[in-house]
Design a protein around this ligand. Structure first.
Ligand SMILES: Cc1ncc(COP(=O)(O)O)c(C=O)c1O
Length: 426
């Protein structure tokens, strides 16, 4: 007889494309998670039961699942009503917090996802500069819309080639692709086409190709070149915003962008995105200006309540517990992998990290390509069997929250050692 989980999976496969609503979810081994609940640092699967969660909804849950303060604020907001199609005090309050931390003196527009945020920031940059070209980095992900779904080989730069069928070449020809961390490649592109470039969009820490920190001078050079050529720098902080620090990567690395895109943490687990920047640029958006943006759900009261509650907790308690926990996990991974004699490396920036086996350093997307991805997936599968959930793909990050404690670190240590044995590594 089929188990409850098998039955749900079977039904899901019949009516959801690929059995899921976002592709990475299908990669989980030995089968996709069927999530039934979450509590603190734990996610509950219909078959495996309690799993220490290092995916955290792919980043947003910096306070873990069902944080009591967030729950209380969501309940309060729900009791009042959940959609007004008008401005509510909650979105003004969250806007004030976001502006205070991310862009003092600036303005924000809330949308519903990180994808919408980068789409809008790019439109705004093109309108503001009157130029068409966008520079993006190979190895960076900015959501699922046509203007950023451009893959690239490892050549220093070339005209974008569509990565997904359905995206016209005419669109991607407007996107120049440079390898992440390739400062010379970036200079070359500016020397050739600098006067046509509207913006450079960058993940300050590449968090969608494993975790790759920016090499020294990389973000600064983007800043310098964009200023020199009159282009905008768009820092895509959908992952790093309110994760690396309350001021995000801009504060962490001391580089100020012209526009910042946010998502994930600022919705506290609810769907949200935002574009933040100085009034001079932001006021070009409708209704102050002519650059079109609108959204039935923009500034959704429940998302605003969850985001506001999350930031309030972070202001009170800080990010330190999440960072400390990530450092413990890093140490456990390093010690356990060292004993196998295999080459490996771990990249960590604050409360996000990833490990790579078969390579000694990872500073570029091509280094990630050399890592043993199959072995990573095997370890992921073995970890689930021992009660720990890390992302099923090497290209995602391990995220920690402020509610992960030494108890979970001990569980991780035991599970990781067992997983390496299960994967035939020790
Ligand atoms: C850096 C970055 N930008 C944009 C996005 C897109 O955000 P969303 O999935 O909310 O559309 C993501 C999603 O993972 C992301 O990591």
């Amino acid at each position: 007889m089929a188990t409850v989980k098998e039955e749900i999976l079977e039904r899901a496969r019949r009516v959801l494309v690929g059995g899921v609503n976002s592709p990475v979810r299908a990669l989980t081994r030995p089968e996709p998670i069927i999530a039934v609940s979450g509590e603190g640092p734990y996610l509950y699967d219909a078959k495996w039961g309690k799993l220490v969660d290092y995916v955290l909804g792919y980043g947003p849950l910096i306070l873990g699942h069902k944080h009591p303060h967030v729950l209380e604020k969501i309940r309060e907001a729900l009791e009042a009503g959940w959609l007004y199609g008008n401005t509510s005090p909650l979105e003004v309050e969250l806007a004030e917090k976001v502006v205070e931390h991310v862009y003092p003196g600036g303005k924000v527009r809330f949308v519903n996802s990180g994808t919408e945020a980068t789409m809008l920031a790019i439109r705004l940059a093109r309108a503001y500069t009157g130029r068409k070209l966008i520079v993006k980095f190979n190895g960076c992900y900015h959501g699922a819309h046509d203007h950023v779904l451009v893959g690239a080989g490892s050549a220093a730069s070339h005209l974008g080639v569509p990565k997904s069928p359905g995206i016209p070449e005419e669109v991607t020809r407007l996107v120049l692709v440079v390898d992440y961390n390739d400062i010379d490649g970036l200079r070359g592109v500016f020397e050739e086409r600098g006067e046509e470039i509207a913006a450079v969009i960058v993940e300050p820490v590449a968090g969608n190709y494993g975790v790759i920190p920016p090499r020294e001078g990389f973000l600064e050079e983007i800043r310098r070149l964009t200023r020199k050529y009159g282009a905008l720098m768009i820092m895509d902080e959908v992952i790093t915003g309110f994760r690396l620090s309350l001021g995000g990567a801009q504060e962490f690395y001391g580089v100020r962008a012209d526009l910042v895109t946010l998502g994930k943490v600022i919705g506290g687990g609810m769907p949200v995105g935002a574009v933040v920047g100085p009034g001079e640029i932001m006021d070009n958006l409708t209704p102050s200006g002519k650059v079109f943006n609108a959204g039935t759900f923009n500034g959704h009261p429940i998302a605003m309540a969850a985001g506001l509650a999350t930031i309030e907790v972070l202001e009170r308690e800080g990010l330190e517990p999440a960072i400390r926990h990530a450092a413990s996990i890093e140490k456990i991974i390093v010690e356990t992998l060292s004993s196998t004699g295999k080459a490996y490396t771990v990249n960590r920036v604050g409360p996000m990290l990833q490990f790579f086996i078969g390579v000694e350093k990872v500073v570029s997307p091509s280094d990630v390509d050399k890592a043993d991805k199959k072995l990573y997936t095997r370890i992921h599968e073995e970890l689930i069997k021992s009660g720990v959930f890390i992302a099923p793909s090497q290209l995602e990050a391990v995220f920690t929250s402020i509610v992960h404690t030494d108890t979970e670190a001990a569980e991780f240590a035991e599970a990781f050692e067992k997983a390496l044995r299960g994967a035939g590594l020790s």
